[in-house]
Structures are given as structure tokens and as C-alpha cells.
Design a protein around this ligand. Structure first.
Ligand code: PLP
Length: 407
């Protein structure tokens, strides 16, 4: 084997895929098939889900017509996507910047907010803790959940962090620092799950109005039905100035991210050129847009938010029962629709439960850094059977972990 072939077999991905891991070869719904013949329920990624027929059909049809195009022209799937988003999103959110990842959308949103404040010279952000907005420089800079490496690469602007849910601290920080924007998730998903009362986001909106900052809401993990509403901020009847979408937007077929803002904000920054001024050669390509439009159609037609809410009631009830059964292992749990998390008594317990669950066929979300939380993020199209099966494996993994601790 050549040195390069050896690398491809092992370290070419900076260590992440080393070890005797099997490859994933197929996916359907929430279920992945591995090359070693086993299957795995993927509750790790808050994606749309795998292999939905309507999305596959739409992408296959587009593939045969125009998969990529020059950005000199509008393409039909892109026009459909921006129109669909304007139709389904609340308030005046009607101008979309399409791109290839949520991190890229966060980046574009931060740049838009800075552009919006160009005349005032405001160049900082206030962000709530507990969120991981992505790995690009700007997104990492507004993430409180980040690595030493992120910190060392240097942020392109200054961010003031306040505790998620603390409106008084947010108001103080925003008054002192006069930020261009305030960046929050409606439910903090970066370390476990912090679900605030509905009044929190209303309060954040008020702070934005008072200090003249744009409200940037990242709905990458929470949006498109996952928490039981199309957007998690619908729960508070709050319309952000800029909303970030990603993950599930790609329909489980292609990577798609987007920010959506109002015409007024867009015009002030980019005039009538639209957000294309902040361009991308590949963002908004016809194939990705066909995938996203098909995903949105499924989400709306099948009322995926209502399904997620119904599943969420089961998930939350079973996690409460789990905490009652394993008080020696579990401190707490939280859930909103398909997003849920268990707070274990230690990071070691969390790691054991995750490892046992993985062995038994359930992939849990453990975040970028090891903590005492594990997340359950069943894809949007997970079936009731898959949700039940995942919860059963989690319960078995807890039992196994208790027995291991006792032996
Ligand atoms: C809340 C949130 N923001 C941003 C991102 C980054 O997304 P991407 O990997 O598509 O850049 C993620 C990733 O899951 C996320 O959960």
C-alpha cells in the first residue's frame, strides 16, 4: 500500500475516522446501514432523514436537466426555493441568501448585520451562551461552545457573551456594547438543551429594539418542524431580522444553508442587487435548491411539525420515566419535539451510555466536546417505530451502564 493509500485508510481526515470504524453505505428514514452488516438509528444530527422518495425523485429529475448552472442567470429551482421560503416563513422574512452550509449562512448573516450598521460603525455582537453556530471564523466567534483552536485562530470581531435565558444580563451587555446584532438560538442546543419560557425571545426582541441591534436567530437545529413548530421562535410569536436555516433544509440529500431577512434590511446593505453581492459560485445551485424545495414541500404537506410535537410528547414522557428509574445516573432531561437531551450525573456515565447505545444500534448526539449531556435528535421524518426503538435502546443502555457501575 502506498503512503497516500495508507493515509486514506487512516489519518487523511485529521484523525476523526481512525480506528476500526465501519463505513456507512446506505440510509433510509432515521436508519443507517453499515458496511459490516449492522444498522444504526441516527439520533445524532437533527437532519431531515435519509432517502425520502419525494426528495430523491425531485433531485433525480433535476440531475438530468441542470445540476449546476452559471450564476449569471437565475435558475428555476432557486427561484422556487426563495419563493417557498418567503411563503412559509413569518412576517416580512422574504429575501434569501442560499449557500452550502449553516456555518456559511451564519457568516453571511453577521456580515449583513455589520453592513447594516456601516454608518454607525458598530462592529461587535452580543451572543447568548450554550450555542455552537459552526466552524467558520465568524460563526465560531459568536459560539460560546468552541475549542482552544477556534479561540487561537482569532475572531474577525468582538463578541460579548451573556448567559442564555438571562434577559437582564442581555440588556446590560447590549446597552454597554451597542452591538450590530444579537445572536441567539431560540432553544440553546450546543451543550445539552436549554429550553427557555416563551417570554425569553420576546424579551430578546425588545432588547434589540431598544438598542437598535438586529435580531439574528439560528434555527439550524431547531427549525423546519423539529421542535413542534415550523420555527422554534414561532412559539414566542417573534419574527427575527435574520433567520438561519441549514441541516434539514437539504432534505437529507444535499448540503443546503440559507439566511432569510427582510427586504428593508437587504436593500440597506446590498441595494437592489440582492444578497448576491455576498456571492458564492456554488451556493443556490439547481440541484441543492431542488432538494430543499422538495424537503420544504414534504415538511408543509405532511405537517412534519405536528408529527414532531406528537413524538416529542412520547420522548419527553419516556425521558422523565427514565430519570425516575435511574436517579443514580440521571440529573435531568429536556425535550421539545424531536430535540431532547439527558443530563447524566457525570461525563463518564454519558460516555458509557453513548458507547453502549452505539453498540446496540443507536447513535446519540454528544456535541463537539465531551460533556455530561447526551442529545437525542431524531431526524424530521423518523417514524413512530424508529422513535420507540431508539428510546428502547437508550433505556437498555442506561440499565447496562448501571450494571457496569455496580460490578
Ligand atoms: C445551531 C447550529 N448552527 C450551525 C451549525 C453548523 O452547520 P454546518 O455544519 O452546516 O455549517 C450547526 C451544525 O449542526 C448547528 O447545529
Amino acid at each position: 500500500m502506498t503512503a497516500k493509500a495508507k493515509m486514506a485508510n487512516g489519518n487523511a481526515f485529521a484523525g476523526k475516522y481512525t480506528g476500526a470504524q465501519s463505513e456507512v453505505i446506505a440510509g433510509s428514514g432515521a436508519t443507517l446501514a453499515l458496511a459490516d452488516g449492522t444498522t444504526l438509528l441516527d439520533f445524532s444530527s437533527s437532519l431531515f432523514g435519509y432517502g425520502h422518495q419525494a426528495v430523491l425523485t425531485s433531485v433525480a429529475a433535476q440531475m438530468n436537466v441542470l445540476p449546476q448552472s452559471t450564476r449569471m442567470f437565475l435558475n428555476h429551482p432557486l427561484a422556487n426555493l426563495v419563493t417557498r421560503l418567503a411563503e412559509v416563513l413569518p412576517g416580512d422574512l422574504s429575501v434569501t441568501y442560499p449557500c452550502n452550509s449553516a456555518g456559511e449562512a451564519v457568516e453571511g448573516a453577521l456580515k449583513l448585520a455589520l453592513g447594516h450598521q456601516r454608518r454607525s460603525g458598530r462592529s461587535t455582537f452580543v451572543a447568548a451562551s450554550g450555542s455552537d453556530h459552526g466552524h467558520t471564523a465568524g460563526a465560531a466567534a459568536v459560539s460560546s461552545v468552541r475549542s482552544v483552536a477556534d479561540l487561537e485562530t482569532g475572531a474577525p470581531f468582538r463578541t460579548r457573551f451573556v448567559r442564555f435565558g438571562d434577559l437582564a444580563a442581555l440588556h446590560r451587555a447590549a446597552s454597554d456594547h451597542r452591538p450590530a446584532g444579537i445572536v441567539v438560538e431560540p432553544i440553546a442546543t450546543g451543550q445539552g438543551l436549554a429550553i427557555p419560557g416563551v417570554e425569553y425571545l420576546t424579551g430578546v426582541r425588545e432588547v434589540c429594539e431598544r438598542v437598535g441591534a438586529l435580531l439574528i436567530v439560528n434555527e439550524t437545529a431547531t427549525g423546519l418542524g423539529a421542535t413542534g413548530n415550523l420555527l422554534a421562535c414561532d412559539r414566542s410569536d417573534v419574527v427575527p431580522d435574520i433567520v438561519i436555516l441549514g441541516s434539514a433544509l437539504g432534505g437529507g440529500v444535499l448540503p443546503v444553508g440559507a439566511y432569510v431577512t427582510t427586504e428593508a434590511i437587504n436593500d440597506r446593505v446590498y441595494g437592489h442587487c440582492g444578497p448576491w453581492m455576498h456571492g458564492s459560485a456554488t451556493g443556490g445551485n439547481p440541484l441543492a435548491c431542488a432538494s430543499a424545495v422538495a424537503a420544504l414541500d414534504v415538511i408543509i404537506r405532511d405537517d412534519v411539525a405536528r408529527q414532531c410535537a406528537a413524538h416529542g410528547a412520547t420522548i419527553a414522557a419516556r425521558l422523565v420515566a427514565l430519570a425516575d428509574r435511574f436517579p443514580d445516573l440521571i440529573l435531568d432531561s429536556a425535550g421539545a419535539g424531536h430535540l431532547a437531551a439527558v443530563h447524566w450525573r457525570s461525563a463518564a456515565i454519558a460516555a458509557t451510555v453513548s458507547a453502549v447505545a452505539r453498540r446496540e444500534g443507536l447513535l446519540l448526539h454528544s456535541g463537539r466536546f465531551a460533556t455530561s449531556w447526551t442529545g437525542l435528535r431524531a431526524p424530521l421524518i423518523a417514524t413512530t417505530g424508529e422513535i420507540d426503538a431508539g428510546l428502547e435502546i437508550l433505556e437498555e443502555a442506561a440499565e447496562h451502564t448501571r450494571q457496569k457501575a455496580a460490578s
